[in-house]
Write a protein that binds this ligand. Sequence first.
Ligand code: GLN
Ligand code: ZN
Length: 745
Amino acid sequence: MNTTILGYPRIGADRELKVATEDYWAGRVGADALAETGAELRAEVWTGLRDAGVDGIPSNTFSFYDQMLDTSVLVDAVPERYRRLDGLDRYFAMARGVQDVPPLEMTKWFDTNYHYIVPELGPDTRFRLADGAAAKPLAEYREAKALGIDTRPVLVGPLTYLLLAKPSTSGFGTLELLDGLVDVYAEVLERLAGSGAQWVQLDEPVLVADRSEEEIDALARAYARLGQLSSRPRLMVATYFGTVGADALRVLARSRVEAVGLDFVAGPGNVEVLASVGGLPRKTLVAGVVDGRNVWRTDAKKALATCASVLGLVDQVVVGTSCSLMHVPLDLERETSLDPQVRGRLAFAKQKVAEVVALGRALSDDTPIPASEQLPEAGVDQAVRERLGSMGDTRRGDRAARFAAQRDALGLPDLATTTIGSFPQTPEIRRARADRRAGRVTGADYVKAMQDEIARVIALQEDLGLDVLVHGEPERNDMVQYFAEQLDGYAATDHGWVQSYGSRYVRPPILHSDVARPRPMTVEWATYAQSLTSKPVKGMLTGPVTMLAWSFVRDDQPLAETARQVALALRDEIADLEAAGIRVIQVDEPALRELLPLKNEERAAYLDWAVGAFRLATSGVKDTTQIHTHMCYSEFGEIIGAIGALDADVTSVEAARSHMELVGDLRAAGYENGIGPGVYDIHSPRVPAAAEMEENLRRALRAVEPGRLWVNPDCGLKTRAYPETEASLRNLVTAARRVRDDLTG
Ligand code: GLN
Ligand code: ZN
């Protein structure tokens, strides 16, 4: 093995997997047709990799939904409630639920935008190899072999599987199940060896986060057992998404595994850690030097230098990707409308494979990397740079003074009511946007359609009796894309799809150059809405961290620097909104927690720039202008201090499902500004009674005074329909009024 990749996109060049699975769910095609599409997609990937010249070709990286779910099915970790179904129906029920059986939870795969299905494990879990010889990794291995391709089956490693699982009963530690799980892995390895597999890849990305002594012991135990198997393929343990912990690497170094994968892109510290443990003598290192998570071309010189720097520390260096390529789009060739200056800097999965092969050749027989033309550089905006250079302290004035000023200026009651921004996106709105894109309607007709919708939403909110209104966001397809399309420095792709979860794929914009705002982005819609009502209309923006988190971001300068450029554009937008008479402005940061580094020691620096960017965006306003922010979760944990540091006047968060607990938590952490704990869960069509929301408000009032308590749903309403939205908001206003009356009466 000289070259390898850790995984490849499985969705197909034309999103064939999405079409096939959704057709299957809708009953339009049967299981056979779905299976056939799967086989075609796999064959395409394997033969494509072989033809490109990769010699370590992975298999079992395909999935009809998710690799963690595949692992649960492989080891028969199927909760009782799904057992009355079988085969694909059971599989998809675990992923998506059926009538009265909810699905397993889904959560983010480390700090990526991919989501996995969380295994649910408890004291009763008994692992076994569910399908014996027909199990997926075995079947895929044989399938590739029948095509003449000898692959390296990829499995989620046992430690990662257990540590990412959720205990079904509180107090249960999933590591208690380690030995039973490793028994099943042993069986899989033995069977794979029996089928002829030379190598198996075990993915252990959990090793790049901080790990306890107990966890390191578990790692040692698992790999000691697997290493000792008398008949097994060679083992490659892949770590990725950061620098591996020295303890973990030491364990792997001492184990019998034949190869270790390290991510030198997200984990530049890996060179040092590798040296600090004395290297991996007699082992192969898969050097992840081609970025599997971002879309930039590899700097070949730098990549080769990294490989050269570790040559003496290991037995052999194999050139690889930093992680699976499933996190990048498939093929840059398809992007014919990208600016050549931008395109020249990009590589998608297919191009990254070619890079790996070229680097492998350069490393093994000194075949020089084809002298590539000078890479184009990022666009520089001198004006933006100069302005940022002279930005001083970006902290707002005294919070008590602001509070008083805003109360007077806005004339709001205690327990003021509002929403998070979006209103239901009806088929008519979606059609209007699609027509606009396709050029089927004139600009004027489109503006009229949006204005009509805004007028309807304003009238509805007046009728409901809400205190701070919104325009409803009908013009936005997506909260990041909408702004990316209007900012300089961002580009959109035509086919750049990546899997977010299951059959949901996203097309993240590419932030490639200095960011600037050529013209106002939201002012027209906000002021139109404000012209229709005397109540304050809240302007709606997406914050700098979220603008980066859901995009592919340039890697030629620190994220912190790029965040400041986005923040400056938002600061100008906020100034324009304020000047146009908008008195309340919300800057959403739902991704603030997502970008939190996996390692403790890196978190403070991240939060520092993230908070700084938010403050840069929001600190230019008058004391009377009220800044809101919104986050879609209630477990603040590590970031609770940062919430206060953002210094928004009002923060709305999810809280209904956790019964307002976080209001007390925030208070305890020293948060003193306004707080809008979501009083109802918008993720379901259920209409909560006023009494239920009232109860939530009374609970919140134990930790916050009425003037600082806001009343709002958990999140935006765009995925809901009007009937339940209207009914729920009516109850919300009733609940707020009842509590208010009690307080005054
Ligand atoms: N303002 C956005 C909305 O209401 C916020 C979305 C989000 O938090 N993800 O849709
Ligand atoms: Zn939200």
